[in-house]
Ligand binder design. Structure first.
Ligand code: PEP
Ligand code: MG
Length: 877
């Protein structure tokens, strides 16, 4: 029989699938004997069943009641007891923490009867009525979607009527009246009274958490973070403790190391006489955690020792939420803490030094995504000038964009934007996702904006309290900026600048470029160490897509061990266009031969440069791929030029000839037309010229003591006969070039048919390289040049896929073709070298797929080489 409820004493940190992250960690802390208020967790199974059937599992109410009795026993109070009521908090807690789903309800168990009991027991009538009004407000908002603003309006009325400025100054009778007003608001929106049955309150709250799993903002977040939509959330029910019981009470958050830099020490914020939500919302100003040492030394010491134990238990940075009620410390939450990418690397290396984890484990603590973020540029400090203001550096990076004030403006904007808000809440999530950076005027490093931005790797400056945000404008120290004005924000220093500040390459990039060494720099040393270990562990090689000597040289500095794709068509641009035109327009073999002969030395020089940069490493050169008319002027432009000439009574000359050629070559679907191997078969001598250039360049390098390792790659093959024909022609050319090293001939696998008949194709190919751009295009039937704007947004919304298949390999469909081709290719030719050179080669999630599929290497743009190296190491670990 399935169980739907676990007491905190029954779970542990490894049960995240069932109990969610929060529940599993509360259980772990309870097992460790830490001061956790008693409580229980309703499992994700129960949530999934609710979402599936639309009603609670039948056995759930009895199980909840049973566990409630256990909590009552531990606390010595009863739920709903008008004399001394037990109060509960209800919180969501999914496997992955999700800022999109922040449904928390405190003080469940208060009603017209128990509020009096609470007042008597605590001798604090004001506190009791304040808790009751908070319950109606939170319950109304989260369970019945009563607009929060309606409660705020009543609260403002109450303050005005009492002639006070803050809620804290409202007296017990005034709060009691506020409760009456809140009940009216509640009734007005729901058509029913605020539930007086405490059990009904509890069950309504639990189902509200279940439902919130499907809240729009939670779905958006999951899609972005690639969290499966069907996981469901657990619900944590816990005895209430109060941080708002006076000056010897309070609430705080703590980190066992600095989540921004990774530095050792104790970091966090504390807020006296307040409830936890007040800190996270960044509504009131907190003090640094160290000050708790003065405010309440005993609790501080206890907290520090708990933090040390948690670090040892989790073997990682932990973040913690705690509350002190009348001098007694309570742990409300812990988890392995979020951190900036820089902190992730630094902490991983520190933990190795401290003997807590191995290098293999350290590799799993960082990711290619994080490394990618560290390779972002930063501002050129000298060119930046004087900042407008400085806020709290909450999430590093340099972001430049137009000001937007909400998600709608962010969605409507065309270029990069910076979301500017007083503070953020989960409703701002779409805007935060769309923005390059986030700037707020309130809240510290643990505010919603800061936490979410760090999680997303977005630049964030928060708590810039000199900002005055008005209706569609923001003024900063006398300067007023409007929506659409450009600003620059530096998430590493907290500085905010007007206009676009020039950006500079990242320190990590400069390290990879060998402009600086890692010596003495904690971040660079950590990166260096982990990269060395990744290379040592990886079985998947990393090559680069590079077309020029300088690109190849850079890729090599970044750690590429070969060129996996040189797109030779890129060598036909610029001044050389005329030569290509001559080739296209040639009317006979002699004319064509002449045009090709003119191209030959240029190609040869290109290849020599490439071989020099990659001396001793493989360089895979792909024969020309795109349709030749791409090298001619566009049809419309030519038509207009010819028409103009004719209108003036002039001879259109060469334009007329070009126009005829363009018309002759026009295709309705050029992507599916005369390109790749088809071009080689139709234009005699074209591929032969390229192969000759490769062989001659290699021979020239050999003659000067070089070690060139060229390979010839044929694009867009779908039938083995295509490859055999090109191969025969290429071999004939190679045989005629003395002094060239052995040159392998292989093919791209980018047409689905090629993947399916990979066994046959391997008969004529010494290597395969998956062109996953075309393979994705042809497998899905999506035009790679058009889709993103046209309908991908809608597809992402509908969850057809969580991320564009052009970005991360579609492992089910396109990936299946890859697996088939690897298996069939290697069955026909054991030891066949197989790589990938589509964009996916540099995508962290895809790198793991290619490792699992047994590829020999991935090839990606030079800049992504370190990312792929790190991921290749992680995949093998
Ligand atoms: C591919 O299709 O994945 C590929 C690498 O070739 P191109 O992008 O040049 O079509
Ligand atoms: Mg291609």
């Amino acid at each position: 029989m399935s169980r739907y409820v676990y007491d905190f004493v029954e779970g542990n940190k490894d049960l995240k699938d069932l109990l969610g992250g929060k529940g599993a960690n509360l259980a772990e802390m309870t097992r460790m004997g830490l001061p956790v208020p008693p409580g229980f967790t309703v499992t994700t199974d129960a949530c999934r069943e609710y979402l599936h059937t639309g009603s609670m599992p039948e056995a759930l109410p009895a199980e909840v009641e049973h566990h409630l009795r256990l909590v009552e026993g531990k606390i010595g109070k009863s739920f709903g007891d008008p004399g001394d009521p037990l109060l509960l908090s209800v919180r969501s807690g999914a496997k992955f923490s999700m800022p999109g789903m922040m449904e928390t309800i405190l003080d469940i168990g208060l009603n017209d009867a128990t509020v009096a009991g609470l007042a008597r027991r605590t001798s604090d009538e004001r506190f009791a009525w304040d808790s009751y009004r908070r319950l109606i407000q939170m319950f109304g908002r989260t369970v019945f979607d009563v607009p929060g603003g309606d409660f705020e309006t009543e609260l403002a009325h109450a303050r005005d009527a009492a002639g006070v400025h803050s809620d804290a100054e409202l007296s017990a009778p005034q709060l009691r009246e506020l409760v009456t007003a809140y009940k009216k608001v509640f009734h007005g929106h729901t058509g029913r009274d605020f539930p007086q049955s405490v059990h009904e309150q509890l069950f309504l709250a639990i189902t509200a958490v279940f439902r919130s799993w499907n809240a729009e903002r939670a779905r958006v977040y999951r899609r972005k973070e690639r969290i499966p939509q069907e996981l469901g959330t657990a619900v944590n029910v816990m005895a209430m403790v109060f941080g708002n019981r006076g000056p010897d009470s309070g609430t705080g958050v703590a980190f066992t190391r600095d989540p921004a830099t990774g530095r050792r020490g104790v970091y966090g914020d504390y807020l006296s006489n307040a409830q936890g939500e007040d800190v996270v919302a960044g509504i009131r100003n907190t003090v640094g955690l160290a000050e708790l040492g003065t405010i309440d030394p005993a609790s501080y010491r206890q907290l520090l020792s708990i933090m040390e134990r948690l670090e040892q238990r989790y073997r990682d940075l932990c973040d913690i939420e705690f509350t002190i009620e009348n001098g007694k410390l309570w742990m409300l939450q812990t988890r392995v803490g979020k951190r900036t990418p820089a902190a992730a690397f630094v902490i991983a290396a520190q933990l190795v030094d401290e003997g807590t984890i191995t290098l293999d484990e350290a590799l799993q603590r960082v990711s290619g995504e994080q490394l990618a973020q560290l390779m972002f540029p930063s501002f050129d400090e000298e060119a930046a000038g004087t900042p407008l203001t400085t806020g709290v550096p909450a999430s590093p990076g340099a972001a430049v964009g137009a000001i937007v004030f909400d998600s709608a403006q962010a969605a409507a904007a065309i270029g990069p934007v910076i979301l500017v808000r007083r503070e953020t809440n989960p409703d701002d999530l779409p805007g935060m996702i769309a923005a390059q950076g986030i700037l707020t005027s309130r809240g510290g490093k643990t505010s919603h904006a800061a936490v979410v931005a760090r999680g997303m790797g977005k630049t964030c400056v928060c708590g810039a309290d000199e900002l005055r945000i008005g209706d569609g404008v923001v003024s900063i120290n006398g300067r007023t900026l409007s929506a659409g004005d450009t600003i620059s924000i530096d998430g590493s220093t907290g500085r905010v600048y007007a206009g676009a500040v020039p950006v500079r390459a990242s320190k990590v990039v400069r390290y990879f470029e060998r402009e600086v060494t890692a010596h003495g720099d904690p971040l660079l040393s950590a990166v260096e160490r982990l990269m060395i270990h990744a290379d040592h562990t990886a079985t998947l090689g990393v090559h680069a897509n590079a077309d020029t000597g300088p690109d190849a040289a850079r890729a090599r500095r970044f750690g590429a061990t070969g060129v996996g794709l040189c797109r030779t068509e890129h060598m036909f641009l610029g001044d050389r266009r005329v030569l290509v035109e001559r080739l296209i327009l040639a009317e006979d073999d002699a004319g064509r031969a002449q045009a090709l002969a003119a191209l030959l030395p240029l190609q040869r020089a290109d290849f020599e440069e490439l071989f020099a940069a990659m001396d001793g490493l493989p360089v895979t050169i792909r024969l020309i791929d795109p349709p030749l008319h791409e090298f001619l002027p566009p049809l419309e432009e030519l038509t207009a030029r010819v028409a103009r000439a004719e209108a003036l009574g002039r001879d259109a000359g060469r334009d007329g000839v070009l126009l005829a050629a363009v018309r002759r070559m026009h295709e309705a679907n050029p992507m599916l037309g005369l390109r790749g191997v088809r071009l080689g078969l139709v234009i005699p001598g074209l591929f032969a010229m390229q192969v000759r250039a490769i062989a001659e360049a290699a021979a020239a390098r050999v003659a000067t003591g070089g070690d060139p390792r060229p390979e010839v790659m044929v694009p867009l093959v779908g039938a083995v006969q295509e490859l055999e024909t090109v191969r025969a022609e290429a071999e004939a050319v190679l045989a005629g070039v003395p002094g060239a090293p052995p040159i392998r001939i292989g093919t791209m696998i980018e047409v689905p048919r090629a993947a399916l008949i990979a066994g046959q194709i391997a008969g004529a190919a010494e290597f395969f390289s998956f062109g996953t751009n075309d393979l994705t295009q042809m497998t899905w039937g999506f035009s790679r040049d058009d889709v993103e704007g046209a309908f991908f947004g809608r597809y992402l919304e509908l969850g057809v896929f969580g991320v564009s298949p052009f970005e991360t390999i579609d492992s089910e469909g396109v990936g299946e073709l890859v697996r088939i081709a690897v298996t069939r290719g290697r069955a026909a030719r054991p030891g066949l070298t197989v790589g990938v050179c589509g964009e996916h080669g540099g995508d962290p999630a895809s790198v793991r797929f290619f490792h699992d599929a047994g590829l020999d290497y991935v090839s990606c743009s030079p800049f992504r080489v370190p990312i792929a190296r790190l991921e290749a190491g992680r995949a093998a670990g």
